[in-house]
Design a protein around this ligand. Structure first.
Ligand code: HAM
Length: 438
């Protein structure tokens, strides 16, 4: 039978790869928690409408990339293509806004699914680490959220990231701009691609994001959103920038940054990789403010701001700059046994050490000593313990250091404290160990 392969655009993580992945996740979690974000876990699938109502029918995500299917009861279900809408859905459903006017700050992590063309740093199943903060629009909160992402990158020591910020204005500014964009592109209709002709009616601003038309000359003179910002949006943006300056975040204002999802208002930002390879220009983190989304999904009129990191991209950057610590791969101890009775004793002893947090291996087969030593080379334990008939009879045990190549015999009742001391671990259990079958 043909061997199965993982679906295109997905990855397997084993051992060290998984450790790297979790390391990044754990560091980000700690930083987010230090900013007061609390974890929210939502299902990986939702009713499709959660995404069509939030991301926008014309967005690439909704129009081309969702994994949508009918379940057995013919409900339309979608594997989440992003994390914000499910968090908003849960925020509303669980009435977390009863905390209002205080802010509700949430972080989340987990798999995301998008039917995209796989390439470097782009997968069909990937993972996001994100935060969302709900409450009144507040420029200090926006800046603090942006800063928390900055802190994650600096905690992980990832260099070569540029912080790009922009404002896309409030609802009123966007309406005025929307009309101007529609007017402008209507005059160039014959040069637009078929997608953009459709966008002209449904969501003209999306045209600015078009990969096909973007290079055409008339794009250069398209109206600029910044010319249509009202005073409220302009001063809100200035406040955000002022706080970022205060926090010494080195950002660039990127007037073309619009983001690919419809729910944003005012502040938007991206952390972008700067490198000499295929990752250059990819966003490692992106987000912004969304003041209409909670209402759009049926909740009260409460705003929000957040971002999501692509965890795979974080891992790639960590690898590129050699930033991962050395993860322990070998065992702490391996217990060898010279006969079958000793095997059972070795496992009993292993259980005691494991309760103290040591990584303990034994040979589960009844192999000869030579094979057990061979196996120990693969498992690379720091110490070997050896139990045989002689040791059982005398209630002793041999301890061998694989690094120093020394071997000594000790009373078995003392072995726990001797070994734990070598690992700088305290003897926390009252239990002592003696052979039951001497
Ligand atoms: P997004 O820009 O679509 O925003 O995705 C956020 C991050 O996910 C990207 O910056 C990138 O690092 C990573 N990412 C996106 N697509 C892929 C892919 N195919 N493979 C690997 N990584 C990918 C959002 O999803 C918003 N929900 C962010 C947000 C939170 N806005 C407000 N709150």
């Amino acid at each position: 039978m043909a061997q199965f392969q993982k679906p295109k655009g997905t990855q397997d993580f084993f051992n060290l790869e998984a450790k790297k992945f979790r390391y990044v996740e754990e560091r980000a979690t700690q930083i987010a928690q230090s900013f007061g974000f609390k974890e929210m876990i939502t299902p990986i699938f939702e009713h499709t409408e959660v995404f069509t109502r939030s991301s926008g029918e014309e967005s690439d995500i909704v129009s081309k990339e969702m994994y949508t299917f009918l379940d057995r009861a013919k409900r339309s279900i979608t594997l989440r293509p992003e994390g914000t809408a499910p968090i908003v859905r849960s925020f509303i459903e669980n009435k977390l806004y009863t905390n209002y006017p205080n802010y509700t700050k949430v972080f989340y992590r987990g798999p995301i699914f998008r039917y995209e063309r796989p390439q470097a740093g782009r997968f069909r199943q990937f993972h996001q680490f994100g935060v969302e903060a709900f409450g009144d629009a507040n420029s200090l909160l926006d800046a603090d959220v942006i800063y928390s992402g900055y802190q994650i990158l600096s905690d992980l020591q990832i260099p070569s990231i540029s912080v790009k910020v922009n404002t896309i204005g409030d609802f009123a500014s966007r309406e005025a701009y929307q009309a101007a964009v529609k007017d402008y592109f209507s005059n160039h209709k014959e040069h637009l691609c078929s997608d953009c002709i459709r966008r002209l009616d449904k969501n003209p601003m999306r045209i600015l994001d078009c990969k096909v038309d973007q290079t055409k000359e008339f794009f250069q003179t398209a109206p600029s959103l910044h010319d249509y910002l009202n005073e409220a949006s302009k001063s809100y943006f200035q406040e955000v920038l002022h706080y970022l300056d205060t926090f010494q975040v080195k950002y660039q204002i990127e007037k073309n940054l619009v983001r690919g999802l419809d729910y944003y208002t005012d502040t938007v930002f991206e952390y972008v990789i700067e490198s000499n390879d295929q990752y250059n220009g990819l966003a490692i983190c992106a987000g912004g403010r969304y003041d209409n989304l909670v209402k759009e999904l049926g909740g009260p009129s409460i705003g929000g701001v957040g971002y999501a990191f692509g965890q795979e991209r974080l891992v790639v950057m960590m690898e590129q700059y050699n930033l991962f610590p050395t993860f322990q791969d070998g065992a702490d101890l391996m217990i060898l046994s010279l006969d079958e009775v000793s095997k059972t004793e070795s496992l009993r002893l292993a259980h005691v050490f494991r309760k103290h947090g040591l990584v303990v291996e034994i040979d589960y087969k009844h192999s000869a000593m030579k094979q057990q030593f061979k196996l120990s080379e693969k498992l690379s334990p720091k110490y070997l313990l050896i139990i045989g008939e002689e040791e059982r009879k005398n209630q002793t045990i041999s301890l061998k250091s694989t690094q120093e190549k020394t071997q000594e015999s000790y009373p078995v009742v003392d072995i726990l404290s001797i070994v734990l001391k070598k690992f700088n671990k305290a003897e926390t259990l009252k239990e002592t160990f003696q052979y039951e079958n001497a």
